[in-house]
Write a protein that binds this ligand. Structure first.
Ligand code: PRP
Ligand code: MN
Ligand code: MG
Length: 178
């Protein structure tokens, strides 16, 4: 797998530091609250495990599975809700955990869904923020790292379902997908 990577952007240690930094900020910002941490599958599974252990608060953990890329390199405009949450979000302070915000369409879809169900507040903590990729006007509240407009994989992020288990985030060689 390493041979398919053009450049390592963020290694395990850098990602741990980002999780630590965000976890501390989130702990302060949500002091006295019991947020509902909402992990967006599949991409956010590793990042969720890291960040949640750095949040020193009572939290609930929920998962939702949506799909926009359908395994490819570009976001489709069709977001599919694959597996829904299993608890009521009404009145809850929801903290979405994402691996990457790119076009922003997945995040927009989730925010709309949660607010329509009566969530009290919705914020997002993302490992990566690809601001150049935005198609909708939406901002991430907590960002691990900004990334350039390149196709990145690893640490949860996939190409055709693969590379999620790389212990770092790296740029996929163009020869792999073109
Ligand atoms: C990817 C990524 C984010 C979303 C970001 O998920 O994990 O959830 O797309 O892209 P956007 O800002 O352009 O909407 P994907 O649809 O690939 O599903 P996956 O997490 O199961 O890989
Ligand atoms: Mn995803
Ligand atoms: Mg994907």
């Amino acid at each position: 797998m390493d041979n398919d990577i053009q450049e390592v952007l963020f290694d395990q240690q850098q990602i741990q530091e980002a999780a630590d930094r965000l976890g501390q900020t989130i702990t302060k910002d949500y002091a006295g609250q019991k947020p509902l941490v909402l992990s967006v599958l599949k991409g956010a599974y590793l990042w969720t495990a890291d960040v949640i252990r750095k949040i020193d608060l009572y939290v609930d953990l929920e998962f939702i599975k949506i799909s926009s890329y359908h395994g490819g390199v570009s976001s489709s405009n069709e977001i599919a809700l694959v597996t829904d949450v299993q608890s009521d979000v009404k009145g809850r302070d929801v903290l979405i955990l994402e691996d990457i915000v790119d076009t922003g369409q997945s995040l927009q879809f989730l925010e709309d869904l949660l607010l329509s169900r009566g969530a009290h507040s919705v914020r997002v903590a993302t490992l990566l923020d690809k601001k150049e990729g935005r198609k909708v006007d939406i901002k991430a509240d907590y960002v691990g790292f900004d990334v350039r407009n390149e196709f990145v994989v690893g640490y949860g992020l996939d190409y055709k379902g693969l590379y999620r288990n790389l212990p770092y985030v790296g740029i996929l060689k163009q020869s792999i997908y073109s």
